[in-house]
Write a protein that binds this ligand. Structure first.
Ligand SMILES: NC(=O)C1=CN([C@@H]2O[C@H](COP(=O)(O)OP(=O)(O)OC[C@H]3O[C@@H](n4cnc5c(N)ncnc54)[C@H](OP(=O)(O)O)[C@@H]3O)[C@@H](O)[C@H]2O)C=CC1
Ligand SMILES: N[C@@H](CC(=O)OP(=O)(O)O)C(=O)O
Length: 361
């Protein structure tokens, strides 16, 4: 695969840092452009960012100069591919400017997830929805477009649900989340609010989880996504965990399912097999049989942080079956999800490679 230059918008935040961690040694992508707020512009990345990850900040990245957060005025050439990790209000303003300038904007933000012509994609679940970029006016005018990945809790949930929806059909879903503090960005939730505590409210989270699941498990018919016709009810809670969102799920199927059939549906689920995408995990849904798993500390790094772990499958006296799913919120739930979307777009020929002369080793 030819290499491609990429930029990161919102590079200093929790998700931006994960982008750097996942991309700096990526076999297909070179980081050539970084931007965040006006406060960061002109500083080196090392000065602008409070690096919070447990791998060292790469030296050549620390030395890069933070660019203006607009497509014009950059000191180097603006890359064609922009990974965006901005708050939704800011994304609403900035992402269209980059798409209009001809960039492929691979976004984490909720700003455009539910827009009728914007794909909301988890490649293992609904990669075919990427075709929707062809409807976007930016694509027609400049070649640019916006592709989004879902909310971090929605991603783990739909990975577990997709093989079950395919085999048994889903009638209703009840989900209660326990979401890590890194999900609130940095500095995020004050320590005195969260230490030894549970906060049973995350603004707009339940609404996002409910509507995004319906779009992700929906069917692309012509230009439109027909939403999944199932009832979804979500409770979202913030807990004192650093990374990894845990979700307790109860589910009612349209057709009867046995425990063995559910386990087989999860273990056989590997829709990206054979595509050789660097960030795709070998088994995106991994069942853990121990009665007290999955747990964030023990299971969030499965598949290099890209696999969802399911466990505690048992019959539900209210609906049909219940289980627990866990996924890494800033890797599978954010930066890793976006990188995987970009890898699929590269395979589809929807990302421009750099000219050979511009390739750096
Ligand atoms: N954390 C998570 O688990 C997940 C987060 N997301 C989404 O990803 C996005 C980023 O989240 P997260 O990294 O946690 O947030 P952070 O608060 O940690 O980071 C925000 C980033 O946005 C930049 N920024 C702030 N204001 C502006 C501005 N006016 N113009 C340009 N850049 C600006 C900040 O730069 P500066 O340092 O200069 O202030 C920083 O780089 C959000 O939409 C979030 O909902 C999605 C999935 C999971
Ligand atoms: N709100 C999530 C983070 C997230 O993914 O949000 P959004 O849907 O805005 O990307 C959390 O706090 O854990």
């Amino acid at each position: 695969m030819e290499r491609r230059n990429v930029g990161i918008l919102g590079a200093t935040g929790m998700v931006g840092q994960r982008f750097i961690q996942l991309l700096h040694n990526h076999p297909w992508f070179n980081i050539t452009w970084l931007a965040a707020s006006d406060r960061s512009q002109g500083k080196t990345y090392g000065e602008a960012c409070k690096w919070k990850l447990d791998t060292p900040l790469p030296k050549h990245i620390a030395a890069m100069t933070m660019q203006p957060n607009v497509p014009q005025g950059a000191t180097g050439e603006l890359p064609h591919i922009i990974f965006a990790a901005l708050d939704s209000d800011i994304a609403k303003e900035l992402e269209p400017k980059f798409a209009a300038a001809g960039c492929a904007v691979i976004s984490n933000s909720s700003a455009f997830r539910m827009a009728a012509d914007v794909p909301l994609v988890v490649p293992e679940v609904n990669g075919d929805h990427l075709d929707m970029i062809e409807q976007q006016s930016w694509r027609k005018d400049s070649g640019g477009y916006i592709v989004t990945n879902p909310n971090c809790s929605a991603i783990g949930l739909v990975l577990a649900l997709k093989p079950l929806e395919t085999k048994f059909g889903i009638e209703s879903i009840f989900v209660s989340t326990m979401q890590a503090v890194s999900g609130a960005g940095y500095p995020g939730v004050p320590s005195l609010d969260i230490m030894g505590n549970v906060i049973p409210f995350i603004k707009n989270e339940e609404e996002k989880l409910q509507e995004e699941v319906a779009k992700l498990l929906g069917t692309l018919r012509g230009d439109e996504v027909a939403m999944l016709d199932a009832k979804v009810s979500a409770h979202c809670n913030r807990v004192a965990v650093e990374d990894g969102h845990t979700e307790c799920v109860s589910i009612k199927f349209k057709r009867k399912a046995t425990r063995e059939e559910i386990l087989a549906a999860w273990s056989e689920f590997d829709p990206l097999h054979g595509q050789h995408l660097p960030t795709a995990p070998e088994n995106p849904v991994q069942f853990e049989d121990a009665p007290d798993r999955p747990q964030p500390r023990l299971d969030r790094m499965r598949g290099a942080g890209m696999a969802a772990t399911v466990g505690r499958l048992r019959e539900c006296p209210l609906l049909d079956w219940k289980f627990v799913v866990l996924s890494h919120n800033t890797i599978r739930g954010a930066a890793g999800a976006a990188v995987l979307n970009a890898e699929v777009l590269a395979r589809l020929g929807k990302l421009k490679p750099v000219k050979p002369a511009a390739v750096t080793a």
